[in-house]
Design a protein around this ligand. Structure first.
Ligand code: AMP
Ligand code: GLY
Length: 420
């Protein structure tokens, strides 16, 4: 089977790596991929948002299965487009992907179907939103409705900060049309985690879950990033909690989407807060997580191609999805300055000097003119290890990561450090 993975981050490198282990995989393509995918797949010089370009090339190459990594092409209808051309594609349609691309839609869905989430009100008028915020007690959470590359949410500690955020979002249009509508919601406290499930629109099969570290500096300080590291499974994720998440969140959400005439197929990703009153949804995403994929897919024992095809064909009930009992830890190496500005184009050394069981998933890397691996983006790569315990996996990662060097290389030292 010829398979195309859309995207160029470490999540997509992990997908390519996992798919390459399938006996059904003959050739794998990545669009655009990175220096890591170039070693095990063919990189195509096509951007993930160039849906027509991707469809044309997929036809020419005889692609038989497409997997989409990032949210923007999903929100723009890449799945609908490929379905029209008859090429099997894994992911939700545009209408189903609205569970991520419109926070107002997701919120209305959760409220209508009693899926636990933060109390909130949505607004399309600036003046009304402003009045509402003035009546709240801080902290208060302000969310842009649409996709904002992870920057559309502010947990404001004061009313002036919330008003500033609102003005930035709705008046100054910091996130463009994504800020035409906003959600103002209560601030939840508890343990944050990401839950995932494969679904064909009927059957829901949980994946292992993970914790993600968004702030750039140790101790969760500094601005939010796309994610600086992750581990799986969360140390507090008991079988009872897992059951509750599946029964009160994932299954009801999939049922609700079907009822709304937006059958959801793909991976459903619940960003959750485990509060004293049980798990509640912060947001839904319509795809695999990044960096969570780097620590969940290595634990998958079942052939990923079989799962993806069963989701597409609507017979996921026929598949037994198995996971390793091991733990997995991934630490992101980024460039100093990220998530702000940074300098790229420097050689990466030490990749050939790592212990045998260490995995390195590339993100912002490219191959230089002399074949050397160079930095090309803010998050450069994720270093991953599995172990019998989180502590063992963590030790392996940190024993190896310091051997990888590049100009401006930076990583958090406290990923998967479990404080009792
Ligand atoms: P989101 O993009 O909705 O996941 O929000 C980004 C981050 O903001 C989350 O990872 C949480 O840390 C935080 N967040 C979002 N909504 C809430 C909430 N209602 N209460 C507390 N924190 C929140
Ligand atoms: N880990 C955050 C995300 O994938 O959106």
């Amino acid at each position: 089977m010829k398979i195309l993975v859309v995207g160029g981050g470490a999540r997509e490198h992990t997908l390519v790596w996992k798919l390459a282990q399938s006996s059904k995989a003959e050739e794998i393509y990545a669009a655009p991929g990175n220096a890591g995918t170039a070693q095990i797949a063919h990189n195509l010089g096509i951007k993930p948002n160039d849906i027509e370009g991707l469809a044309k090339t997929a036809k020419e190459k005889g692609i038989e299965l497409v997997v989409v990594g990032p949210e923007v092409p999903l929100a723009n209808g890449i799945v609908d487009h490929f379905q029209n051309t008859g090429i099997p594609i894994f992911g939700p349609t545009k209408k189903a992907a609205e569970i991520e691309s419109s926070k107002v839609f997701a919120k209305e869905l959760m409220q209508k179907y009693n899926i636990p989430c933060a109390r909130s009100v949505s607004f399309s008028g600036y003046a009304q939103a402003k009045e509402y915020i003035k009546q709240q007690t801080p902290p208060v959470v302000v969310k842009a409705d649409g996709l904002a590359a992870g920057k559309g949410v502010t947990v404001a500690d004061s009313i002036p900060q919330a008003l500033d955020t609102l003005s930035n979002t709705m008046e100054a249009k910091a996130f463009g049309a994504a800020g035409d509508r906003v959600i103002i919601e209560e601030c939840l406290s508890g343990k944050e985690m990401s839950a995932f499930a494969f679904t064909d629109g009927k059957t829901v099969i949980p994946m292992v879950s993970a914790c993600d570290y968004k702030p750039v500096f140790d101790g969760d300080c500094g601005p939010n990033t796309g994610g600086m590291g992750s581990y799986s499974p969360p140390h507090f994720y008991s079988p009872t909690l897992a059951e509750k998440v599946t029964e009160t969140i994932m299954e009801p959400a999939v049922k609700a989407m079907a009822k709304e005439g937006r059958p959801y197929k793909g991976v459903l990703y619940g960003g959750l807060m485990i509060t004293n009153n049980g798990p509640k949804v912060l947001e839904f995403n319509a795809r695999f997580g990044d960096p969570e994929s780097q620590v969940t897919l290595p634990l998958l024992k079942t052939d990923l191609v079989d799962i993806l095809l069963a989701v597409i064909n609507g017979n996921l009930d026929q598949i037994n999805v198995e996971w390793s009992d091991d733990a997995c830890v991934g630490v992101v190496m980024a460039l100093a300055g990220y998530p702000g500005s940074y300098k790229t184009g420097f050689p990466i050394t030490g990749l050939d000097n790592l212990d045998k069981d260490i995995l390195v998933f590339h993100a912002g890397t490219k191959i230089g003119t002399e074949g050397q691996v160079l930095t090309s983006g803010g998050r450069v790569l994720t270093v991953v290890a599995t172990g019998k315990t989180i502590a063992e996996a963590r030790e392996k990662v940190y024993n190896n990561i310091s051997r990888i060097r590049f100009e401006g290389g930076y990583y958090r030292k406290d990923i998967a450090e479990i404080k009792k």
